[in-house]
Design a binder for this molecule. Structure first.
Ligand code: BV8
Length: 241
């Protein structure tokens, strides 16, 4: 085992890590934003303007996630293996709102853009696990109000969750790996720059194709996550980096 016992790893994932599980990405030619404008379904103003449309958008994605033939792929499994077998801390920060990392066994995990399987009440602020459809008449299970529930995700213009914890981990890590993200949404797209400014970590991009921020990474490997992530994890566990 290489002398890397105390070295810390931060992983960032995006929609590309779930693509081979059958979930759509956003900016690929067949992605979600090719069918609907983010301004119409993923902003607070959109929810204010037409809550039924926003509920329907997330209800459809929630049903797709839970329909039975969506499962973690080898990339999710490899990241759970890395967390289990690496002698130091592995923090997985995902932009994804699905639960495939959890289902693959990852535990030290932060959903910086929230989770589609949770509902938040804008009345009492309670967050509740949520697998069903939701609409303007759905009652909050905590306070009983109707019309106050929203999906517990971060829309454009809203502050992502756990940013202080994320920035602390980025500054302290020895390896930062960005997987399956186009690098077009901030602040996540700026994480590699935060790591570089801290000055100590190695930075790696694993993606199907070069992201918008590809030139900021010290190392880059391209191909489907289901193949290149297990290969990468095997190398790190065997030889470090
Ligand atoms: C905020 C909601 C501030 C849930 C999402 C500069 C600094 C700070 C902010 C900004 C800034 N410039 C602009 C902004 C505003 C904005 C932003 O970034 N806009 C963009 C469009 C320019 N950012 C925000 O609004 C953020 N909030 O900054 O708040 C603030 C300050 C004070 C007070 C209040 C607020 C909030 C951003 C979060 C928005 N919510 N999702 C949902 O519906 O899912 S973002 C959405 O994009 C998803 O979360 C998604 O994960 C995320 C990023 O997309 P990717 O995951 O990268 O997916 P994408 O399709 O783009 O790429 C997929 C990649 O995978 C591709 O590269 C593809 O090649 C690859 N791939 C495909 N198949 C495979 C593969 N790779 C491997 N294997 C495969 N098989």
């Amino acid at each position: 085992m290489p002398q890397t016992a105390v070295r810390r790893i931060v992983i960032l994932t995006g929609a590309g890590v779930s693509k081979e599980s059958g979930l759509d990405t956003f900016r690929d030619p067949d992605g979600i934003w090719s069918r609907v404008r983010l301004e119409d379904v993923a902003t607070p103003a959109a929810f204010e303007r037409d809550p039924a449309r926003v509920h329907a958008f997330y209800n459809a994605r929630r049903r797709a996630l839970l329909c039975g033939d969506i499962a973690p792929n080898p990339a999710h499994a490899a990241l759970a293996r890395l967390e289990a077998e690496w002698p130091g801390e592995v923090l997985l920060v995902t932009q994804n709102i699905d639960d495939l990392h959890e289902r693959a066994g990852s535990r030290n995990l932060l959903h910086m853009h929230g989770e589609i399987l949770k509902a938040r009440c804008q009345g009492c602020r309670e967050v509740t696990p949520w697998a069903a459809d939701m609409d303007g008449d759905t009652l909050c299970p905590a306070c009983g109000r109707a019309g106050t529930l929203r999906v517990d995700v971060v829309w454009f213009g809203e502050m992502p969750f756990e940013m202080d914890r994320i920035f602390s981990a980025l500054e302290a890590c020895d390896l930062f790996v960005s997987i399956g993200t186009s690098g077009s949404v901030y602040p996540a797209a700026g994480f590699v720059q935060e790591v570089r400014m801290a000055g100590q970590a190695h930075t790696v991009e694993l993606n199907l194709e070069p992201s918008e921020g590809h030139s900021r990474f010290a190392a880059r490997h391209y191909g489907p996550a289901g193949r290149i992530v297990p290969e990468f994890v095997e190398r790190v566990l065997e030889d470090g980096w």
